[in-house]
Design a protein around this ligand. Structure first.
Ligand SMILES: *[C@@H]1O[C@H](CO)[C@@H](O)[C@H](O)[C@H]1NC(C)=O
Ligand SMILES: *[C@@H]1O[C@H](CO)[C@@H](O)[C@H](O)[C@H]1NC(C)=O
Ligand SMILES: *[C@@H]1O[C@H](CO)[C@@H](O)[C@H](O)[C@H]1NC(C)=O
Ligand SMILES: *[C@@H]1O[C@H](CO)[C@@H](O)[C@H](O)[C@H]1NC(C)=O
Length: 383
């Protein structure tokens, strides 16, 4: 009897211990599982980072200087968009990209817009933005289309670049290009080949269709964008918008006359070393001389005068001088020891490729003090 009761009591105790143990085991398993999951997560992250690193190394970037300074691996696959304006020396620039693409490991793609249109439908804009953002990168896209705003469709800004040329020079170049072609594809018969005896001056005198001041209205709309008012010749708003885009949306806008300086700036600011050695290459490559229109007659004073009186020329010229001034300012700030390019000293004074100017700023008064910095700070602080 006594034994039985005791046995039952023991049974209860065993049961209790069993239940408690069971709960502990389940809890332990849950904790272990959680830890395991976290560990796996870290391992996957590490593997991804390693892959990304390996991927970059495979692209045989040589010097580590710029490469190391960029922490964000997404930035190492830059998307550069050059919406080139016709007859601004764009072929020379694009040739540099084609020459460098293999060594610097990026893709170059031409965007051929149907019917040579400079404007795209809303849905095509979206398709272009979505496709270029997610497809082949790093990449350099070039094509004759007006500025397309990526942020408008909820995407990150790409690196937009642009080159402008003096507006009348550009139009005259285009005029003779249609008649005589250029030295790039000399045997191609151009649209206006039959009309090749009329000079630009004669065209202006006869008030011809190919030399109207309204035709100058091209660099403003290319920088302004896709909206209707951008393409209304003489729109003050379009000029303002173009200037705003130069400063806020474009990474760099240069001028044709300073292509070498433009390339050197790109070397510094486009990550992933996409333009590594670009200005050096431009200086030496026979292919990258400006594509010259085969035949050109100098303009008469009268023609120049007539254009300078037109409001369209004045506005286009305002944008050009704005861009030229901004670019010279940025370049001289970057390379203060080279003579001002505003003074007309071109090309000759180019710093050589690969020269990375030291920063003009540094960090100090860092709290909490990073331990490894303290020694250094002591030795340099008494200046
Ligand atoms: C663009 O595509 C059209 C049609 O395929 C072609 O005829 C034209 O030559 C292309 N333009 C350029 C600049 O390659
Ligand atoms: C981008 O467009 C190309 C050509 O139409 C297509 O082959 C590619 O799959 C597209 N990529 C993405 C990510 O949309
Ligand atoms: C840079 O370009 C020049 C001219 O094309 C070439 O001779 C030189 O080997 C290039 N240097 C590098 C590091 O790619
Ligand atoms: C040209 O250079 C001189 C001296 O370096 C400078 O004083 C002058 O302002 C410059 N002119 C322009 C247009 O930048």
């Amino acid at each position: 009897m006594f034994f039985r009761v005791r046995h039952q009591k023991m049974l209860h105790v065993y049961l209790l211990i069993f239940v408690v143990l069971g709960i502990l085991v389940v809890l332990g398993a849950m904790i272990a599982y959680h830890v395991l999951l976290r560990e796996q997560h870290f391992q996957i992250q590490a593997a991804v980072a390693k892959l990304a690193n390996g991927d970059l190394k495979n692209l045989h970037f040589e010097s580590a200087a710029i490469y190391n300074s960029v922490a964000n691996s997404a930035d190492q696959k830059p998307l550069v968009i050059y919406n080139r304006v016709p007859k601004t020396g764009s072929t020379s620039f694009v040739n540099v990209a084609y020459d460098l693409h293999s060594r610097n490991a990026f893709r170059v793609l031409h965007v051929n817009v149907t019917g040579n249109s400079h404007q795209l439908s809303i849905y095509d804009q979206f398709r272009f933005v979505d496709n270029t953002t997610r497809w082949l990168r790093p990449a350099f896209y070039h094509g004759h289309f007006a500025y397309i705003d990526f942020e408008r469709y909820g995407y990150q800004k790409p690196y937009y670049v642009q080159l402008l040329r003096k507006p009348l020079d550009r139009l005259v170049s285009y005029y003779y290009f249609l008649r005589y072609g250029d030295d790039y594809r000399p045997y191609l018969v151009r649209k206006k080949h039959m009309d090749s005896s009329t000079t630009f001056d004669e065209c202006v005198e006869r008030d011809g269709a190919d030399c109207q001041a309204n035709l100058l209205w091209l660099q403003i709309p290319f920088l302004c964008g896709q909206s209707a008012d951008c393409w209304t010749p003489g729109s003050e708003w379009a000029l303002k918008q173009a200037k705003r885009n130069v400063l806020e949306k474009y990474t760099l806008v240069g001028v044709t006359e300073h292509m070498g300086e433009f390339l050197h700036m790109l070397e510094l600011i486009i990550p992933g070393k996409m333009f590594h050695n670009a200005s050096e290459h431009f200086k030496h490559s026979p292919k990258s001389h400006l594509r010259k229109t085969a035949k050109k007659h100098p303009l008469s004073r009268k023609t120049i005068q007539k254009f300078h009186e037109s409001i369209i020329w004045q506005m286009e010229n305002e944008l050009y001088t704005f861009v030229a001034r901004e670019f010279a300012f940025a370049y001289n700030k970057q390379f203060p020891n080279t003579p001002s390019i505003l003074n007309g000293s071109m090309g000759k004074h180019l710093k050589s490729s690969g020269y990375i100017p030291p920063p003009s700023f540094r960090y100090e008064k860092i709290y909490p003090k990073p331990a490894q910095f303290q020694k250094k700070k002591k030795s340099t602080n008494h200046v």
